[in-house]
Design a protein. Sequence first.
Length: 194
Amino acid sequence: MTLTALDPKAALVVIDLQNGLRALPGTPHTIDDVITRTARLADAFRARELPVVLVRVTFSPDGSDAAPGRTETPRHSHTPPVGWDEIVPELAGHPGDITVTKRNWSAFYGTDLDLHLRRRGVTQIVLTGVATSIGVESTARAAYEHGYHLTLVTDAMADLDADAHRHSTEKIFPRIGESGTTEDILDLLAKTHA
């Protein structure tokens, strides 16, 4: 893991840390550990008046706005419980935060995420959340394609599959950004954004 810099205009982007995903069996970190580490990062970004973007995934009750297309893996056909798509309490409730709602894997596709970031002069995204190989990786790839510097906080993300997490962190992320731990980010913030 190599982390060289945090831009003056960096934003923390948090993927899918919401009530309905909290009970998932995260690996190699529990979802609760990911939430705790992300909350620490969010507090540090807010204290420095750097943007915090909370991304949530949701769908209409009939599923009509879910991504279409045939897949080999069946889609869930159950109705999620009320409140499943709300941001976890440890992160919610800060009036300065930006909330982005997505209906696909990537937080960029079909949302106003890029607009929010560009209007604030953001040049770097620090990324956390779940699942590493799905929402996080899709968002990371899109951020790279949009020209953002990218930092991936590998101990503040989790997947349902250990091999998928490992593939993202070892094969994909080094090609599109820099990786570090929560402590690495907090230390660099303290040194560069006093």
